[in-house]
Design a protein around this ligand. Sequence first.
Ligand code: MRU
Length: 348
Amino acid sequence: MTFSAVQSEIRPVQWNGHACVLIDQTVLPGIYRTIEIRTSDQMATAIRTMIVRGAPAIGVAAAFGMVLGWQEAPQGDPITHLERVAATLRATRPTAVNLFWAIDRMLTVARRDPSFARLEREATAILEGDIATCRAIGEHGLLALPATPERLRLLTHCNAGALATAGYGTALGVVRSAHREGRLERVYADETRPRLQGARLTAWELVHERIPVTVLADTMAAHVIGRGLVDAVVVGADRIAANGDTANKIGTCGVAIIAKHYGVPFFVAAPWSTVDCNLPSGDQIPIEQRDSEEMRTIEGVALCPQDVEFYNPAFDVTPAPLITGIIVESGVYAPGELAAAGQAQLGR
Ligand code: MRU
């Protein structure tokens, strides 16, 4: 099955009334297939194994995991069962705060109005709200990009696109908006070792929409930025602390350091649901450690000796002073303005 034969807009998480349909992101770009998730345990596995991935997308998926959990609840005490499902979903991936945000939102609604219809409505609202949020991020980001007479060359890391959200994307939302307005020349996509989200997923999305994209090995960013080939860097985020320190895919911090060195603006694009004002700084953000097999092999082919040791943190934290602006759905803020803006927006 090819993607374009199926639909034109990328929707990684969909609900069909009784099950959740996920695009299997572990096999793209070679194979396009969807998987029907019918139980909350299946959803937890899908999040852990990265069939669905990207901070906002796993929040949306977890919300539907809670709907599935409700369907499984025994008569009598559905809330206790739902709390158990919430604990299972929370234990899947620790860094992206959208996961916890969505689960908490679903639990709050369930306690107030314990019904399947209400939970289904809330999960759908989270999904649709995320698409609208990404479009707003795209519009605000467009205004923040450097005003150059020539079309822009943007560099991104990992995949913060439609696949990583309910649709449209955060960093790639900015890219899509710039492309639509005729302001984009090209995207440089870091391949993003070890799981290659840039090479596999960002490149797939952009090729699908005929947006010019050049894939770089991660080691090439300094050369390309140093040669003046990049006007701005735009990345997504998994959790942003109150002071603006930002956790995103491993390698992001290195790109930010390079951008700072060469005087290239570095933007983070994310919804407010990625901002964790409970954490004063990035030091408190939990960093997921993943299996060393992700580094030892590619497509089952060993790259290193069997007995070598690996260190595989999935995310790093970019310190706020390296960030030019944080693009959210309500505007663009300097990292130091974020906490006050968050309080004004969300009362938190
Ligand atoms: O490990 P992943 O693929 O879930 O990591 C994804 C990222 O780091 C993205 O950049 C981030 O979630 C932002 S998604 C809009």
